[in-house]
Design a protein. Structure first.
Length: 443
């Protein structure tokens, strides 16, 4: 099998390993930048956007309105998955990823330029909605390509979980940088943070985009996609074909993400609303706790991805579903003590619970689709979850708390997501199984 793979890429084993390392760096750095851009918006939404763009609403309604704009980015993600999934399966992973990085980065800088309600009234919120949609479209095309850029350089399926976990590493790492930037400029600008300090982290995106482009321009296309091109198996309309041939996989890969996506955005973004407005915690305390949680998360995500190489993707993911179903109750029990140490522990462990799912998730989803439809299939499955899980989660949590004045319904909501994820994972079939050579034989 090794000899077949060397002939596919046209590279020696040493050269192949060098390009694999470059692909890993490019995919990891790219996802780090993309998620910095996307998740920065969530943090700032919870802290300031309700006050700046919906100042005449009550605090809870202003948060709901701000998170409605936040949700629009998730609507854009499956649109981006369809657009860039098509081109990723048509012209290649590398070229598509360069475009997605540019779109997301420029949209993020534009967020920092939007005037608030005090300057242009409701038009500020309208502009933010349009920009957020564009940003979501860019992110929607990013994930699938980044995972494939890393995974499709693998010589064996025995380390695909490990390799695919590195693009996943980019999410908590980007989240860490986003919260670090908010914390830093919150401290540096003090009372002016609400006036102009919040804009600086968005402007910094342009520097990171330049670095990401420089890295991605220097990589090669993946051997798997090169083989698809050489054998003239490129689909004319891959998005339509993936719905025709793999509708079950698209649906299940979207649904199985409920226990990862919904709690992930509660633990990472909505916690600032709950922590400051309900528990009375300081903004900086929560930011520091989330920063530490992000560090633990980007270490653990690689561990769980690697574990999936030994115990199986589905087994690892189903273990994560069980952990998440239980942890929702533990999380709010720790937060509601209002004891700083226990609150801190609850926040840190919450991100590790999410990464127990997120680590094996990339390989689990990508291996559910044939190579010539893989960019479209895994992107659509992954990003459709944003509409049913990630985007609505902060809105649902806010509405549940407003209705019941208790965190228990939110913990039950997390548990229901875990049950749905468990069943969906059990029903998912693996296209490649353990025989990666099929991808090099034109199947």
């Amino acid at each position: 099998m090794a000899s077949d793979e060397i002939s596919v890429s046209g590279l020696s084993q040493i050269e192949h390993s060098a390009h694999l390392r470059r692909a890993l760096i490019a995919s990891t750095v790219g996802t780090l930048i993309e998620w910095y851009d996307f998740l920065l918006y969530g943090t700032v939404t919870a802290l300031v956007f309700g006050k700046l763009f919906f100042p005449h609403s009550s605090p809870i309604v202003g948060v709901l309105e701000a998170f409605s704009v936040f949700f629009i980015g998730f609507v854009g993600r499956p649109i981006g998955a369809a657009i860039f999934g098509h081109w990723g399966d048509r012209i290649g992973r590398k070229a598509t990823l360069i475009v997605t990085l540019l779109i997301t980065g420029l949209a993020t800088v534009a967020v920092g330029l939007v005037p608030t309600y005090a300057s242009i009234g409701i038009w500020g919120a309208i502009l933010m909605t349009i920009i957020r949609l564009i940003q979501g479209i860019g992110v929607g095309g990013e994930w699938g390509g980044s995972v494939l850029l890393a995974m499709e350089w693998a010589r064996t399926s025995k380390n695909r979980g490990f390799l695919s976990s590195w693009p996943q590493f980019g999410a908590p790492a980007g989240f860490f940088l986003a919260n670090l930037a908010v914390l830093l400029f919150s401290w540096l600008t003090g009372p002016q943070f609400l006036t102009w300090g919040w804009r600086i982290p968005f402007f910094l995106s342009i520097i990171m985009v330049g670095i990401g482009l420089w890295i991605r321009l220097g990589i090669l296309e993946t051997p798997v996609f090169q083989r698809v091109v050489e054998e003239e198996r490129v689909e004319r309309v891959p998005v339509l074909e993936v719905f025709k041939r793999h509708p079950k996989q698209v649906a299940l890969t979207a649904i199985l993400r409920l226990p990862e996506q919904a709690p992930g955005y509660l633990f990472g973004a909505w916690v600032f609303t709950y922590g400051t407005q309900v528990l009375g915690a300081s903004r900086n305390f929560l930011l520091i706790a989330v920063l530490v949680a992000a560090v633990a998360a980007f270490i653990w995500v690689v561990c769980t991805g690697t574990l999936s190489d030994y115990i199986g993707r589905k087994n690892m993911y189903m273990i994560g579903c069980v952990v998440m179903g239980i942890y929702g109750f533990v999380y709010f029990a720790l937060l509601n003590t209002k004891i700083p140490g226990l609150m801190f522990l609850g926040i840190v462990l919450s991100h590790m619970a999410v990464m127990t799912l997120y680590g094996p998730e990339a390989a689990l989803i990508a291996e559910s689709f044939t190579p010539r439809l893989r960019y479209s299939g895994c992107s659509l499955g992954y990003q459709l979850a944003s509409v049913i899980a990630g985007g609505p989660a902060p809105f649902i949590a806010t509405a549940l708390f407003a209705a019941f004045h208790s965190s228990l319904p939110i913990a039950i909501y997390i548990a229901l997501c875990a049950v749905i994820g468990l069943v969906s994972t059990a029903l998912l079939t693996d296209y490649t199984g353990k025989d990666i050579s099929a991808e090099y034989q034109g199947i």
